[in-house]
Design a binder for this molecule. Structure first.
Ligand SMILES: *Cc1c(COP(=O)(O)O)cnc(C)c1O
Ligand SMILES: [Zn+2]
Length: 438
C-alpha cells in the first residue's frame, strides 16, 4: 500500500539527470519521444529509460514521464496546428507527430456558461466541451499519444480494456493508423458504445464481467503477447500524458491564465491528475502566471471509491463493485485514485459523488441551460458541481471550469424515460392550440 505523497517536483525537475543510452533505448529512433527524458516512479522517484514499461523496477509503483523541458513561447504554441499537437513539445511524441496519420483530436471549445452559472448561482463558469473530439469523448487525446508511443516502440497490436469511450477511440485511431487493433469491453456495455466501436474493427471482444475483470484480463494478455500495446496498461505512462492537453487548452483559451477551480470526472483518476500536472508545467515554464487553483473530482455514488476515501480522510482507496448508469466512470479499483486524493487535498479541492438520479438531472440541466448534450459522465460532473456549490465546498464567485468529457448520443438510455414530445397531435392548427404551447 502506498504511503508517500505524490511529489510533482520529481517529475517537473528540469535538470538533465540523464540515465544514458540503454539496451531498450538503442533501437528507438532519435527523438522518438520528443523532449521526454525518462520514466520516473511516482512512489520512490527511481528513474528508468523510456520503453514499454509501466511499473517501477524498484518498488512496482506506477511510472510517469519526466522531461527536459524546452523553453517555449506562447507564440510558438499559437502557431501550431489547431489540435493537441500544438503542445507537441510538452508531450512524449516526436516533433513530426502532426504529419503522421492520426485523428487530430483536441482544441475543443471552451464555452462561457452564463445560463448554467445563473442556475447554480455562479458568477464565472466555463464548460470545456470534449464531446467535440473525433470519437466524441476526451479519450481521443490519450489514445493519440499512446498510439505514437506504440508505433515508436515497435509494437504491432493496438489494444485496450475499455468502459466504452476508450474502445471507440482506440478502434478508430487504430483503423486510421493501419494498425491491427483488438478492443476488450464488458459485455453489458451500452449498445451505442458497442456499435460505435465495432464499426471500426472486426476485433471487438465482449467479456462477461465488469471493467475491472476486463482490465485484469488485458494485463494478463499484455504479459503473454509480445508487442501488444494496451494503451491504458503497458503504455499507460504515455497515454496518461495526453490528458495534460486539457489543461493547456483551457489555459490558452482563457487567454493564457489558470482558472481558480476545475471540476473533473474521475474514473481511473488519470485525467484529473494530469490536468494538475499540465497547469503546474505551464506555470513552471512561465507560460502562465503561477496563480492558485483548486481541483475537484466527480464520481457517481454507485462507483465512488475515491470520494469515499476523500470523505473519510484515508489515503488508501478501497476497491468497490460498480453499480451506476455512468459506465464510462465505472472503475471500481482506480489506478490513480491515491494521486487524485493527493491533488485534491493539496490544492484545497474535494471529491464528491452524486446519485444516478442526480446524474440524469445534471444531463438535463446542462442541455437546457447551455444546449450541450453530455453523456452520463458529464451528468456526473455537472451534478457534482451543483452539489459542491450547494454544500459550500466550491466558491460560486471564483472562475470555474467544468469538464464535459463525452457525448450524450452514446448514452441515450440515461434520459430515455425522462424526455420526449410534449404532445403528439394531428396536423391541424386547432390540435396545436389545444396543447397550450401557442
Ligand atoms: C475515461 C473517461 C473519463 C475519466 O478518465 P480517467 O482518466 O480514467 O479518470 C471521464 N469521462 C469520460 C467520458 C471517459 O470516457
Ligand atoms: Zn519505485
Amino acid at each position: 500500500m502506498r504511503r508517500r505523497p505524490f511529489l510533482s517536483t520529481s517529475v517537473l525537475d528540469t535538470s538533465t539527470g540523464s540515465t544514458g543510452p540503454s539496451a531498450a533505448g538503442r533501437h528507438l529512433r532519435d527523438g522518438a519521444f520528443g523532449n521526454a527524458r525518462n520514466l520516473v516512479c511516482r512512489e520512490c522517484g527511481a528513474t528508468q529509460e523510456l520503453g514499454p514499461f509501466y511499473a517501477c523496477q524498484e518498488c512496482f509503483g506506477p511510472l510517469e514521464i519526466a522531461y527536459d523541458y524546452p523553453s517555449i513561447t506562447r507564440a510558438e504554441i499559437e502557431a501550431g496546428p489547431k489540435n493537441i499537437w500544438r503542445y507537441q513539445a510538452l508531450l512524449p511524441v516526436p516533433t513530426d507527430i502532426a504529419s503522421s496519420p492520426n485523428m487530430e483530436p483536441g482544441f475543443t471549445r471552451l464555452l462561457k456558461a452564463d445560463n448554467l452559472g445563473r442556475a447554480l448561482g455562479m458568477k464565472n463558469l466555463w464548460v470545456k466541451d470534449d464531446s467535440g473530439n473525433p470519437t466524441h469523448s476526451f479519450k481521443d487525446r490519450v489514445v493519440a499519444v499512446a498510439l505514437s508511443a506504440a508505433r515508436e516502440l515497435g509494437m504491432t497490436v493496438f489494444a485496450c480494456p475499455s468502459t466504452g469511450n476508450l474502445a471507440n477511440a482506440v478502434a478508430a485511431a487504430g483503423a486510421r493508423a493501419g494498425m491491427k487493433t483488438v478492443v476488450f469491453i464488458p459485455a453489458d456495455l451500452e449498445r451505442a458504445k458497442v456499435l460505435t466501436s465495432a464499426v471500426y474493427t472486426d476485433s471487438l471482444v465482449a467479456v462477461n464481467g465488469n471493467y475491472d475483470d476486463v482490465n485484469r484480463l488485458a494485463s494478463e494478455i499484455a504479459g503473454e503477447e509480445e508487442g501488444w500495446a494496451f494503451v491504458n496498461v503497458n503504455v499507460r505512462p504515455y497515454y496518461a500524458e495526453g490528458s495534460k492537453t486539457l489543461a493547456y487548452e483551457v489555459a490558452e483559451q482563457l487567454g493564457w491564465r489558470l482558472p481558480q477551480q476545475v471540476v473533473v470526472p474521475v474514473a481511473s483518476g488519470a485525467q484529473l491528475t494530469k490536468i494538475d500536472k499540465g497547469f503546474t508545467e505551464l506555470a513552471r515554464l512561465g507560460l502562465v502566471e503561477e496563480t492558485p487553483y483548486k481541483v475537484y473530482g466527480a464520481q457517481a455514488t454507485g462507483c465512488s471509491p475515491v470520494s469515499a476515501a476523500f470523505k473519510s480522510g484515508h489515503d488508501v482507496v478501497r476497491p468497490v463493485r460498480p453499480d451506476t448508469i455512468a459506465k464510462s466512470l465505472a472503475i471500481g479499483n482506480p489506478a490513480d485514485g491515491p494521486y487524485v486524493l493527493d491533488v485534491t487535498r493539496r490544492t484545497g479541492g474535494a471529491v464528491e459523488d452524486v446519485t444516478d438520479e442526480e446524474v440524469r438531472d445534471g444531463i438535463q440541466l446542462l442541455a437546457r441551460t447551455e444546449g450541450i448534450f453530455a453523456e452520463t459522465a458529464g451528468g456526473v460532473t455537472i451534478a457534482t458541481l451543483k452539489k459542491l456549490v450547494e454544500t459550500g465546498q466550491l466558491d460560486p464567485d471564483a472562475e470555474t471550469v467544468v469538464f464535459n468529457t463525452g457525448d450524450g448520443l452514446k448514452t441515450l438510455d440515461a434520459i430515455a424515460d425522462r424526455v420526449g414530445p410534449a404532445a403528439t397531435i394531428d396536423p391541424s392548427y386547432a390540435a396545436f392550440t389545444a396543447t397550450g404551447l401557442a
